[in-house]
Design a protein around this ligand. Structure first.
Ligand code: SF4
Length: 733
């Protein structure tokens, strides 16, 4: 076996050691401003939360250089001293019993995972992938990554995989939550650019939430709404009477997946009544006349019939939009996870543009992101766009990035990777033979996951790089690479309002687990492309490269001096160019009405609404909706289920919400075990009879492992995001 250079051996030996050691190695890393140059034992430091995209600032209280507790940071501009239960409990999963503490290799004979050292694991990893590449070509290996690791790691992974190892196909679990917003913004605004700042929650006099339940999904954003002193009108468009709908002024309980139709109906009323901002449209947009012509053909009675919302209510909502001085539109997964999601998101954007509700305080067409670093993934993961929101297909962009990274331009692919669903299809077709999964739990979270698990079993080599050994995906792995989690490593996240926030190491990873960053460095070495990544020596060194990659892009943050600068300021939103000063740390985009398209005009984009591919019928007569359960649960629960405190805050077992009308028809009472089936499979759940769902619909919370056995593999045409929100189901006692 090849002898390793001393610096690599040191990297392995060093693992994610005590924080004090790191700080001595890098004095001043967190220095300047609020944080002392060297953390002393029993000190306090600040870092951004690692669950959702709100990006709250937390204070880590340290003893001997390690965090023993957390509290909400009162000075951070995002959360102003508030945190949801997940944030308060964020340290607990780090101490879970099922942490991956050493590399594990499956013994083919016994089927058991057995411990192996890092050197053996990484040599095997590289040899197996090289062997598969030699036999089947560079398109035979793929990775699926995450919106949960720091931007520097995402960028490293994408660059290593594509430019160093010479592979092509990769995607991220952000495909499941934010791909629609990414594509919608890119097409409408010319760049993936959520335009708002959280101050807009406080400055609107009308807030419209479409398929969004911030009360539990983004509770701290909802607290910002609660701080709005303008007595705003809050409108919720959602098939369920969610916690947010209950708190709203007006709730439109639309029929599942009639959102696009309803939004066009509102646009038609606004045009017909002349309630549009002609001067804004003429000066700052294009293709409005085509949109207006399209709307002429729309029948409002059909809109009412399809959506289940009366014409009177539609007119009432249109009037509220017209009379609002500062109207903001917000959407989340109810929009993004649909069969015509991109056009639905753009229908919301169209409403903001045609009424001139953008670029001013309290306005905007605002997509609320899901995961803590989904925005980092969208711009810097090197998956669907080249670093910094550049385009793989553009020779000019490839030249810029090749020069910056000091690599051959030919190392940069000229085409996009396959999206997630195509990668799964590629496995089924036998084209993809090896898959590397980093910090995501596909076997829980992907649609129709029994089908996905069958596909994974066909792989020649499945590698899972994760904090835990017990996720549904890790249980299928041939090789597990143990990774440090949030709080055990350094880097940055980008939150929903484009704020780059700092994440720090405040705890030591267990066993010989390493940060994803160090794992990527080691893989570069064992693969033989280490010298190509010699400048990728630390997260902050990569941050410097990413600053340069962003230069002259809309997301330009080349003016951020250092990690310490971020720390001092409470995070900084992009853009922040080299000549910028931070007079205001809550900034929105498009104040000047100039968008990122070639002619600086935003585009009206639209399409004829179509029915979902699967709708209720005689065999499966109900709509099945799925979504978030409580603010104490996070996605596939690999972390939140580890906290005794959080577990007390949500139901232990899977439940299904059933309307009283359907419950009576089927003889169901709350507490009864019932069977829920779709064309993909069945599960049992405890019935919860409630009017939160309308007659004809049932709801399952997404966090329980069996739920995605039922969901359907249908995808939006433009974003390839799965449609989790509606399929046909049956309920039986
Ligand atoms: Fe963390 Fe999101 Fe909760 Fe804030 S709202 S504490 S970012 S999980």
């Amino acid at each position: 076996m090849k002898r390793l250079p001393e610096k690599v051996r040191r990297l392995i030996r060093q693992k994610d050691g005590p924080q004090t050691q790191e700080l001595v190695l890098h004095p001043g890393k967190f220095g300047l401003g609020q944080i002392p140059a060297r953390l002393e034992p029993d000190d306090t430091t600040t870092l951004v939360c690692g669950f959702c995209s709100t990006g709250c600032g937390l204070k880590a209280h340290l003893r001997k250089g390690e965090a023993i507790n957390l509290s909400a940071d009162p000075d951070y501009p995002v959360n102003l001293g508030m945190a949801c239960p997940k944030g308060w409990e964020a340290l607990t999963p780090l101490r879970a019993h099922d942490r991956a503490t050493t590399p594990l290799l499956r013994n083919r004979a016994s089927g058991r995972l057995e411990s192996i050292d890092w050197e053996g694991a990484l040599i095997l990893f590289c040899e197996r992938l090289k062997e598969i590449k030699r036999a089947h070509g560079p398109e035979s290996v793929a990775f699926l990554s995450t919106g949960q690791i720091v931007t520097e790691e995402m960028a490293f992974l994408g660059a290593l995989f594509k430019f160093g190892m010479g592979f092509l196909h990769c995607d991220s679990n952000t495909r499941q939550c934010m791909a629609t917003s990414h594509v919608a913004y890119k097409q409408s605004f010319g760049f993936d650019a959520p335009p708002y700042t959280y101050a807009d929650f406080e400055q609107s006099d009308v807030l419209i939430f479409v398929g969004s339940n911030p009360c539990i999904a983004h509770p701290i954003m909802w607290q910002r709404v609660m701080q709005n002193s303008r007595n705003p009108t809050i409108i919720v468009i959602d098939p369920r009477k969610t916690e947010t709908a209950m708190a709203a002024t007006i709730h439109l309980p639309i029929r599942p997946k009639s959102d696009l139709m309803l939004l066009y109906g509102l646009a038609k009323i606004l045009v017909d009544e002349g309630w549009i901002n002609r001067s804004y449209i003429d000066t700052h947009t294009e293709d409005f006349n085509q949109f207006a012509t399209f709307l002429e053909k729309l029948s409002l009675s059909e809109v009412a019939a399809r959506s289940g919302i009366s014409l009177t209510q539609l007119r009432q909502v249109a009037k509220v939009i017209h009379e609002g001085e500062c109207v903001s539109f917000w959407w989340t997964m109810g929009v993004n996870q649909g069969h015509e999601a991109t056009r639905t998101a753009q229908a919301i954007i169209n409403l903001a543009l045609m009424t001139g509700n953008i670029g001013r305080p309290g306005t905007g067409a605002n997509s609320i992101t899901g995961q803590c670093n989904a925005m980092g993934s969208r711009l810097f993961a090197n998956v669907t766009s080249l670093l910094g929101g550049h385009d793989f297909a553009s020779a000019q962009d490839r030249t810029k990035i090749a020069q910056l990274l000091q690599i051959q331009q030919s190392a940069i692919p000229t085409q996009d990777s396959w999206p997630y669903d195509r990668i799964i299809e590629g496995i089924k077709e036998g084209k993809i033979k090896a898959l590397w999964i980093i910090a995501t739990n596909s076997a829980h979270s992907w649609v129709d996951h029994d089908d996905l698990k069958r596909a994974f079993r066909k792989l020649d080599f499945l590698v899972v790089q994760d904090m835990f050994t017990t996720t549904e995906t890790a249980e299928l792995a041939d090789l597990i690479l143990p990774a440090a989690g949030w709080g055990e490593k350094d880097g940055t996240f980008i939150n929903s309002e484009r704020r780059i926030g700092l994440v720090k190491k405040v705890a030591r990873a267990p066993g010989v687990a390493l940060s994803d960053f160090k794992i990527f460095r080691l893989i570069a070495h064992y693969w033989g492309c280490g010298p190509q990544f010699s400048r990728w020596s630390s997260p902050e060194a990569v941050f410097e490269l990413l600053k340069e990659a962003s230069r002259n892009q809309p997301c330009d943050f080349s003016g951020i001096e250092s990690y310490a600068h971020l720390d001092r300021c409470g995070g900084i939103q992009w853009p922040y160019r080299s000549h910028d000063t931070l007079d205001n740390n809550e900034r929105r985009l498009f104040v000047d009405g100039k968008f990122f398209t070639a002619n600086q005009h935003a585009r009206f984009l639209f399409a004829e609404p179509v029915s979902p591919p699967e709708t209720p019928d005689l065999e499966f007569p109900l709509w099945l909706l799925s979504g978030r359960g409580t603010s104490s649960q996070w996605h596939s629960q690999s972390r939140t289920a580890k906290s005794d405190v959080l577990r007390k805050l949500y139901p232990e077992h899977l439940y299904v919400e059933v309307n009283p009308v359907d419950a009576k028809k089927l003889g169901i009472d709350s507490g009864l075990r019932v069977m829920v089936s779709t064309r993909r499979g069945s599960l049992t759940a405890t019935a919860f009879v409630t009017s939160t769902v309308s007659p004809g619909s049932i709801f399952l919370p997404m966090h329980y492992p069996e739920v995605n056995r039922l969901t359907i593999a249908v995808f939006d045409l433009h974003s390839r995001q799965p449609s989790y929100k509606a399929c046909a189901a049956r309920l039986e006692v």
